[in-house]
Design a protein. Structure first.
Length: 202
């Protein structure tokens, strides 16, 4: 997610820059409830893949191309908050099948079926590990983003035609890095989904 420095590089006031973060938080909080509800109704793999693909596209298109003005930044903050803000709400539904298979194996070692019950302690542990990895990501993201911003030493230009060109391309590597991470996660999700379908068909 872009920081206030990006808005400052466009010459926006701190109030207008803060508005983007406000929109991101508002849409992100709403997304948590909506995604949490949908995770109980729809395939978790489909929801995860959709969130990652939309996050990737919004990063490259709305941030990388359109965020050269306040309207572009606000559009990106809103859409990105909506599609990525509620991602953690998918975690409980993601670990549920794992906990169910573990619960079945413990109770019925030779069974060829999976119970609808799950091991609540295992589910809690797995979700806890997910929050741990997110915490680690929040810590390491700062030095990574700082290093990526320092790649370009070109002087800032007054006219920007894309988000990639803001501050002389200072944020280009960060945008590409962020979008590529989402794309990579989407590919891993596709692989996991295909392996899961193969496992269930055996």
């Amino acid at each position: 997610m872009m920081n206030l420095a990006f808005g400052t590089s466009l010459g926006l006031t701190s109030t207008k820059g803060s508005l983007s973060l406000t929109l991101f938080n508002v849409f992100g909080n709403v997304s948590c409830f909506v995604v949490g509800y949908m995770s109980d109704k729809y395939d978790i793999w489909l929801l995860t893949l959709s969130s990652l693909v939309l996050s990737c596209l919004s990063t490259f298109i709305l941030w990388g191309i359109c965020s050269y003005s306040l309207s572009g930044i606000l559009a990106y903050s809103s859409i990105y908050g909506a599609v990525a803000g509620g991602f953690s709400s998918l975690w409980s539904a993601s670990v549920r099948p794992i906990a169910s298979e573990y619960h079945t194996f413990v109770l019925y070692p030779s069974a060829d079926f999976v119970t609808t019950e799950d091991d609540s302690s295992l589910s809690t542990t797995l979700v806890g590990y997910m929050f741990l990895t997110r915490g680690i990501g929040n810590i390491v993201s700062t030095p990574i983003s700082t290093a990526l911003q320092q790649v370009h030493s070109i002087q800032s230009r007054s006219v920007h035609h894309t988000g990639f060109s803001v501050a002389g391309g200072r944020y280009q590597e960060m945008i590409i890095y962020t979008g590529t991470c989402f794309a990579g996660a989407a590919l891993i999700t596709v692989l996991g989904w295909s392996l899961d379908r193969r496992h269930r068909s055996d």
